[in-house]
Design a protein around this ligand. Structure first.
Ligand SMILES: [Zn+2]
Length: 193
């Protein structure tokens, strides 16, 4: 792995990202290292990369996602990487634009079916963890929501971006690492009308 273009982050930030990656892996969420926003640009391991946003550091990352703590620790030991999580295996993620996202979050909490929810301010969306294989849904389409499923990925907190780090608005601990079922998401969406 060529790291010549990767600037070291401050050690505290590097440690925080490593700990987050290890925590996700320990809970069975496969992890992929992602490009690190260094205050100017998104640095990855590809010399010719022009992507201006978080993204996995390898083009062919699908087979390399891991929950193995030794493998994950080795990625984060030397380099400053952010954290990407593949979708479509352990969970799908629904990307819902603000402000509809706030109403969906409130409905899920109100129905006592919490699920991990992250804020990706750079995109103006919240990311809702749901069980895999979520079918298309007219209510989500009407919100301009996007389902990230098989073959996709999302940036995970605390991945740094131009608009500050991706952060949890409902941390996995508060949902006891449970992921909302399709029917419970549907009930929450039904209650919005
Ligand atoms: Zn790149």
């Amino acid at each position: 792995m060529s790291g010549s273009r990767l600037r070291p982050a401050d050690p505290g930030q590097q440690r925080t990202l490593r700990q987050a990656a290890l925590c996700y892996a320990a809970h069975g969420w496969p992890v992929v290292p992602a490009a690190f926003f260094d205050g100017t640009r998104y640095a990855c391991v590809q010399a010719d990369c022009v992507e201006d946003g978080p993204h996995p550091v390898w083009r062919l990352w699908q087979g390399r996602a891991s929950t193995d703590p030794d493998v994950v620790a080795s990625w984060y030991r030397l380099f400053s990487f952010a954290v990407a999580l593949p979708t479509g295996t352990v969970f799908d993620v629904v990307e819902i634009p603000e402000p509809a996202a706030v109403r969906v979050q409130d409905a899920l909490v109100g129905h006592r079916t919490p699920t991990p929810i992250a804020v990706w301010r750079e995109r103006g969306v919240r990311l809702f963890w749901v069980t895999p294989g979520l079918p298309a849904d007219d209510r989500l389409t009407a919100m301009n929501a996007r389902i990230r499923g098989e073959g996709g990925w999302v940036p995970a907190p605390p991945t740094p971006t131009r608009r500050g780090p991706v952060h949890w608005s409902l941390p996995p601990d508060e949902a006891e690492w449970a992921i909302v079922a399709h029917e419970d998401l549907a009930k929450a969406l039904d209650s919005l009308n």
